[in-house]
Design a protein around this ligand. Sequence first.
Ligand code: AP5
Length: 235
Amino acid sequence: MGLNVIMMGPPGAGKGTQASRFARERGLVKISTGDILREGVKDGNQEILAAKAKMDRGELVDDATMIAIVRQRLLKADALNGFVLDGFPRTVSQARALDRIMEERRNGPLVIVDVVVPDSELVRRLAVRRICSNCGTGADPFGAQTTCKKCGGVLVQRDDDNRDVVLERLKIYQKDTKPVLEFYRGRNTFRAVNGEQPPEVVARELDSMIDDASGLGVKRTQHSDESADRNAPPA
Ligand code: AP5
């Protein structure tokens, strides 16, 4: 049976940070819809380029596009034994589509983790976040880096991290994505973690919640960074 995890939470909650770490430590593939979209923009993908204006305004890309992207990715061989999904589902319609995809895959339960952080802290984190302009890797928010640790690229602010767009993203999260939590809350595989703690404390709590919810007692396997780095986080 696979270990299938979705990381929920508002912009800046630390979903990407925790999803990358968890995927790396458990040898799972990490799938970030934000990363896929940003890579698509960089690669000049026409369909995704058409959605860039929405992303820059902090709005959601349409459900049909997002569901098609995620369905195709989750049915790839490397995701069939489990995945960590970051940034999807963001609407109830996406959540219903994910249930249908899980039925197609028939490989283990879906564990849902909500990373809870107050708005004031989210705004603070996103104001100081810097990512690599070349490979998208996030800089350590506690460090004093001036260039990317991974490739030496220049660190920049993400296009949608300016204050006005962050406030818009938070508004849209309340309107469209909060209802997804209500959609999942009654399930026995739903958990919530306090994300306003040091990353290593969040990680510890999250690991035991996921093991408990999955009921698998999955053995930790140390993997090379490669499997998770295929979808390296922007932050
Ligand atoms: P996406 O890239 O998914 O952005 P997001 O959800 O707004 O999330 P972020 O990446 O901003 O934050 P995060 O929770 O991952 O936090 P992180 O770990 O980076 O989506 C971008 C856009 O794409 C959307 O606005 C939309 O337009 C579109 N899109 C994507 N998916 C879509 C979908 N399904 N449907 C429709 N549209 C979609 O951490 C943030 C910062 O805090 C970092 O600097 C990090 O180092 C730091 N940090 C992390 N943890 C801690 C901690 N515990 N303490 C202190 N600092 C911390």
